[in-house]
Design a protein around this ligand. Structure first.
Ligand SMILES: [Zn+2]
Length: 618
């Protein structure tokens, strides 16, 4: 059962104590004089800086994000002061930082930073709370990565009851916190507001669920009971919880109408935000909880070498995100099933979605899973304003990696008759790369490479040949597994969703000037692509009928069959029309159904396979 902790008890839970600093810590004071205008006042004091120039930088990245975000863009009103508190000049040598000279050994800088987006990456300040992702908010002194930090929070006027939820370490009073170094500081988001906190203990570890939401206490209570089931179920995969540096693991959940949907993992906490509510979006919200909590092993401690340590001035490019993110994406829905929080048809629909995204998309032939992972530095951020053809050349490493995880799990179960599973692989990765931990808080001493992951697979299967072949075909290669065959032992039938239905290709349409405009790149192998049609072309007429909207087009296509040849009038972006012939294909979309739902009989062996895979491991 989740235990409700009242506000007054929160402070007493924290073990206060001054850390022994190796060098004078950097001090941050965060205040909110006008929260309705969405800016935060920051004061940063850097003592013992010697005589040379001091560079204060805004991060260009954020732990767990793989693209550049340029947080310096929201910083303004920067002022600097010397050791005698006299204002001194500050210059901006490049777009991302500020330089101070002749400071007398101590630098104090004040600035404002704007933020109005509630998610795992940015800063959000408003009268209801301050939701702070540190890289979006704090300047750091270049070269002082090993300095500790002390943070003091001052609430807006009239909001003195606000409290801080964070993985930062407690300081001398309830609004003071510390971080042992820059890596840990940047990895420690804060929710400062009217936080409802619940806590539960499992296997000697304390888990805290800090929610900012507009539901009732009873709703949160029942939600946290399900969170507890997820946390308990995932322990079985690794055999133990990590040792949490802060003494506990904290979920920072913002379920608010003005939040953006996101989940962001950190060492001892996660930020989960959604525009939904516990009442209406429970399944989806629990899915994010399951994904993010799995990260406290996979990525936070079982960490790709390319992500360690995190670089705040340049992107970390990793070819392992198919494993770090994709395998996590697989274990989200698997955990919900095992914890009894998702039924078979829901789980099957999720798996079918992963399979279609990877197996039916020819983008796979352009890049393997490792190369797709390296694309994250471009795709894991805002959309570029110039068009891309990623819809035909890129598959996100999330579903790509999840589909690989599904294929590997099913292959292992079949090949070793259930004695070796993907759980064994994850546990081997944990023991070798995650569990050894870090000699400094916030660091991982034994990050892994692609070759290390292959070696772990060889170890758990006892077959280097199997591991090498699997990686060559499905990770660095371009093959999709035979999911229909792999799912059969679980009594799951992968089949065409609409056998006999005609298809012209999956594209986005928009209304055009003379017909229906193709609004995304067409996919190689689809009838539209093969007829020479691409983004910007307009379908004016199909099979002699005018095509004004997507519904009219769908009606013409559905009246025909695969293999039918339809004449079309196409207007290009310059307005010139041409006649083409579209040869319709069969709708390739698939669904995954239980054999017993499809009129078949579930055998005893299938029932056992399914229970061992999708049932609770406790
Ligand atoms: Zn993730």
């Amino acid at each position: 059962m989740a235990r409700v902790i009242c506000t007054a008890l929160l402070a007493s839970l924290l073990v206060a104590g001054a850390p022994a600093w190796a060098a004078a810590p950097v001090e941050y004071r965060l205040s909110f004089p006008a929260p309705e205008h969405h800016w935060m006042q920051v004061e940063v004091r850097v003592p013992e800086v010697g005589a040379g120039p001091v560079d204060l930088r805004m991060s260009r990245t954020s732990p767990g994000r793989y693209a550049l975000h340029e947080f310096a863009k929201n910083v303004y009103d920067v002022r600097a002061f010397d050791a005698n508190d006299r204002e001194i000049p500050v210059v901006q040598p490049d777009p991302f930082g500020w330089r101070v000279e002749r400071h007398g050994g101590v630098v104090r800088v004040e600035y404002k930073v704007f933020g109005d987006r509630v998610d795992g990456t940015y800063l959000a300040v408003d009268p209801t709370h301050a939701h702070i992702n540190m890289p979006a908010a704090l300047m750091f002194a270049r070269g002082l990565d090993d300095r500790g930090a002390i943070l003091t929070f001052t609430p807006p006027a009239g909001r003195e009851t606000w409290q801080v939820a964070t993985q930062l370490l407690p300081g001398r009073h309830r609004l003071e916190f510390t971080a042992p170094n820059l890596q840990y500081l940047m990895d420690s988001p804060v929710e400062f507001g009217p936080v409802a906190l619940q806590t539960f203990v499992l296997d000697g570890r304390t888990f805290r669920f800090a929610a900012h939401h507009d539901g009732t206490g009873a709703e949160l209570d029942s939600f946290v009971r399900d969170v507890r089931e997820i946390v308990a179920e995932q322990r079985t995969i690794f055999g133990e919880y990590p040792a949490y540096d802060s003494g506990h693991y904290t979920f920072l959940a913002d379920y608010l109408p003005y939040a953006s949907g996101d989940g962001m993992e950190h060492r001892n906490s996660t930020v989960i935000s959604a525009a939904g509510s516990i009442r209406q979006d429970r399944g989806r919200l629990l899915g994010t909880v399951a994904h993010e909590f799995f990260h406290n092993w996979n990525v936070e401690r079982i960490r790709p070498r390319a992500l360690e340590p995190f670089d705040f001035e340049a992107p970390n490019m990793s070819g392992e995100l198919w494993l770090a993110e994709g395998f996590t994406q697989y274990y989200g829905p698997l955990t919900l099933s095992r914890a009894g929080l998702a039924d078979l048809s829901t789980t099957a629909a999720t798996l079918a979605g992963l399979i279609s995204t990877v197996a039916l998309n020819p983008a796979r032939l352009v890049r393997g899973a490792d190369a797709m992972s390296r694309m994250a530095v471009f795709t894991d951020g805002g959309r570029p304003i110039d068009p891309t053809n990623w819809s035909t050349t890129y598959i996100s490493y999330y579903p790509y990696g999840a589909a690989i995880a599904l294929a590997l799990d099913l292959t292992l179960r079949e090949r070793f008759d259930g004695r070796v599973t993907l759980d064994d692989f994850m546990r081997a990765m944990w023991r070798t790369y995650g569990k050894p931990g870090g000699s400094r808080v916030g660091y991982v001493d034994r990050p892994y490479t692609l070759a290390d992951a292959e070696r772990s697979l060889a170890e758990v299967t006892g077959s280097p040949a199997f591991a090498a072949e699997f990686f060559a075909r499905y990770v660095t290669g371009h093959e999709a597994a035979d999911y229909e065959r792999l799912l059969a032992p679980a009594g799951l039938l992968l089949r065409r969703r609409q056998p006999g239905a005609a298809w012209i290709g999956d594209v986005r349409f928009a209304s055009g000037t003379s017909g229906l405009r193709v609004d995304s790149a067409t996919v190689p192998g689809s009838p539209l692509y093969d007829a020479g049609i691409d983004r910007g072309d307009e379908v004016v007429e199909l099979a002699g009928r005018p095509v004004a909207d997507a519904r009219a087009l769908a009606a013409v296509v559905s009246a025909a069959g695969p293999g039918d040849r339809l004449q079309a009038t196409i207007a290009d972006r310059a307005g010139t029309t041409r006649r083409v012939t579209l040869t319709l294909a069969g709708d390739p979309s698939v669904e995954l159904v239980a054999v017993e739902e499809a009129g078949g009989r579930l055998t005893e062996a299938q029932r056992t396979f399914r229970r061992r895979w999708l049932g609770s491991q406790r």
